[in-house]
Design a binder for this molecule. Structure first.
Ligand code: FAD
Length: 404
């Protein structure tokens, strides 16, 4: 097997999942993560179709099920918390309804993936790649903190603002498309007793919500707002909190209380709602996986699925090609292209429903949800999500299980 020593940037979903499969195929992955430990936080994520299959093949599906969020559905409420429209998990779930769906807090999935790999994979926390120089038989990598090292390949699994992409492919502006919204989420108190229901409140161009986490033992606040691109420091949490507080300063419902808890939240997350579109996900000995290569945006609801499946396919194609990266990277792209395109297409429609830009559109959204059980085309909505989730069938790659 060629190219055994592989450096992966990013220890969230795509990075550890890729490291897991690479180890099973006999490669030696090293994961470098900028944060000091695996990062908690984020919303609940759904695993459907091929992504659930990938998790099952990794042997982590039982762990994921144990950490199941346990949401019954979502209710849109008015400023007095009066229900306006509800949609249950069964209604929009797949053919098996809520039971067949796997929904887990992003942070729990990161922890499960880290636990599944930490004994066999070298993790370097609190560091970042500073430079990558490719040559015929490998890459020389410099780090912000650690000493220079050599690897055979380098993988960017470092998210929508990928460092490897910037170093090897070019500026973010060439690949990242802002969809016109921002997203934020953080832990808060369950002061409304959600009983398994997600609550959402919309004003024109703004939606705030609360949903139960970890079998109703925790609660997360979530915010979406429409906005042109904003300028702020990506690591400047205080500035991001200020932006959110200003955007929602006059909003009703539970928003003042949620914003009050925001200042104390240990796991505040804020980012642009953007997609990544690239003509190619690899360049020589560098390749991208997950959000770094094809972020579908939080509106699509399939970012984690694309990351898990992308990791499975990339590692499998490398193993299948005996480590030949030129062959493997081409096959990875061919195999994933249509699945990625279908996932990315989900974002626009979801955004219109989640963050309507006028009172009329909010009313129309609520009426549509109320009528949903009676609409003949209700199956089309669930069907669209299911079609995207199953737009790829996982191949069986040869497992070498080599320790060499
Ligand atoms: C803390 C956090 C909270 C999130 N919350 C949400 C949410 O609420 N809703 C939503 O839709 N999506 C959220 N996401 C994004 C979501 O996890 C991804 O869309 C999806 O799961 C794909 O995962 P990924 O592994 O490709 O990328 P990400 O999950 O974005 O992971 C990228 C990883 O790379 C690390 N990294 C970044 N730069 C460097 C660097 N220079 N060197 C080393 N490591 C680096 C990051 O710290 C992170 O661990 C969140 C991501 C993070 C990191």
């Amino acid at each position: 097997m060629d190219n055994r020593h592989i450096l992966i940037s990013g220890a969230s979903i795509a990075g550890p999942a890729l490291a897991y499969w690479l180890r099973r195929y006999g490669f030696h992955p090293t994961v470098v993560e900028r944060a000091a430990a695996p990062r908690d936080g984020g919303q609940a994520v759904d695993l459907r179709g091929a992504a659930r299959d990938a998790a099952e093949r990794m042997g982590i599906l039982d762990d994921i099920r144990r950490a199941h969020v346990g949401t019954h559905g979502m209710t849109y409420v008015d400023s007095a918390n009066k229900p306006l429209a509800s949609t249950s998990a069964e209604l929009l779930g797949d053919s098996g309804g809520a039971i067949a769906e796997v929904e887990i807090m992003r942070g729990d999935l990161v922890r499960i993936l880290y636990e599944a790999t930490k004994r066999d994979v070298e993790y370097i926390f609190d560091d970042s790649i500073a430079g990558v120089s490719q040559h015929d038989d490998g890459v020389t990598v410099t780090f912000e903190r650690g000493a220079q090292r050599s690897f055979d390949l380098v993988v960017g699994a470092d998210g929508v603002h990928s460092n490897v992409r910037a170093l090897q492919f070019g500026a973010e502006s060439a690949f990242v498309r802002h969809l016109g919204y921002y997203v934020s989420s953080f832990s808060t108190d369950n002061h409304l007793d959600l009983h398994g229901w997600e609550l959402m409140y919309s004003e024109p161009g703004k939606t705030a919500g609360m949903y139960p986490a970890r079998q109703n033992t925790g609660t997360r606040a979530v915010f979406f707002f429409a906005s042109p691109p904003l300028h702020y420091g990506r690591h400047d949490i205080a500035a991001q909190k200020d932006i959110l507080a200003k955007e929602f300063s006059s909003a009703g419902w539970e928003v003042p209380r949620l914003l009050d808890s925001m200042w104390r939240a240990p796991d505040f997350y804020f980012d642009t709602v953007s997609q990544v579109h690239m003509p190619r996900w690899s360049k020589g000995r560098a390749v991208l996986v997950g959000d770094a290569a094809y972020c579908p945006s939080p509106m699509a609801g399939v970012g984690t699925s694309l990351a898990l499946v992308g990791a499975y396919v990339l590692a499998g194609e490398l193993a299948g090609a005996g480590g030949d990266h030129n062959v493997a990277f081409n096959r990875y792209q061919d195999e994933m292209r249509s699945y990625v395109a279908q996932g990315q297409r989900l974002a626009k429609g979801n955004a219109i429903g989640l963050v309507p830009r006028s009172r009329t559109r909010i009313w129309f959204r609520n009426q549509t949800i109320r009528a949903l059980p009676y609409l003949p085309w209700k199956g089309l909505i669930a069907g669209g999500v299911q079609k995207a989730a199953n737009a790829i069938t996982l191949k069986d790659y040869p497992v070498h299980v080599s320790a060499a």
